[in-house]
Design a protein. Sequence first.
Length: 269
Amino acid sequence: MSPRTATPRHYLMCRPVHFTVDYSINPWMDPAKPTDTGTALAQWDQLHALFQRLGHTVELIEPLPGLPDMVFAANGATTLDGRVLGARFRHPERAAEGPAYADWFRARGWRVKDAEHVNEGEGDLLVVGERVLAGTGFRTEAAAHAEAREFLGREVVPLRLVDPRYYHLDTALAVLSDTEVMYHPPAFDAASRAVLERLYPDALLADADDARVFGLNAVSDGANVVLPEAAVRLAERLRERGFTPIGVDLTELLRAGGAVKCCTLELRH
Ligand code: ARG
């Protein structure tokens, strides 16, 4: 078992004050099923407190009324080397979140590029060490991958998602360290699976049960892996690899199709 070292992270989160499901833009969202904002807040508060207990710095962006998905901060931007690629959302329901997050960064002196093509932030653009894994198929456009490569100055590896339940890359793949990922192979087309096998031959593969409870929507600091508590087999496999899995309950937010990673945008200075 390799020894694991956690590095303190800087995150941006958004409290789900206005959380509800009143439109449907992914198969998890059913506006006919009532949500409980109080439960969402209590679950989110646990996640927020956990990150602080783990020694991470968490910044907050003010939640705006009428933007119930704004809690999913991962979609708000992509940051690398102090640069910020703004988000541009596919659906009009979320469009106003792009400028809201961009304004937050600009007000704090970050250099922000407004996106020309649809990209939903770290939902589809995941930084793994020196490269960026980039999802497409449901939300982020392939043209945005080239834009990300240009602006962020890193190798960008396109991956095509094929299962509508796993509509963002961060619902099907999680970054564990600068060299390790875990993912659910059936969420990707054959060519993308081949790319992942070549780049990460020892990757931890998640089964359908762990994927369905959003076990891959996880946040790692290199040692601790925070993930939905229902992903029990995945937690066991992480432990075998020397990680410390920490399960949390975000089931209320899963009614909008999000969990741990969706709520967490990493700020890379
Ligand atoms: N309801 C949101 C949507 O469909 C959920 C976003 C989840 N965020 C994520 N990073 N996967 O856009």
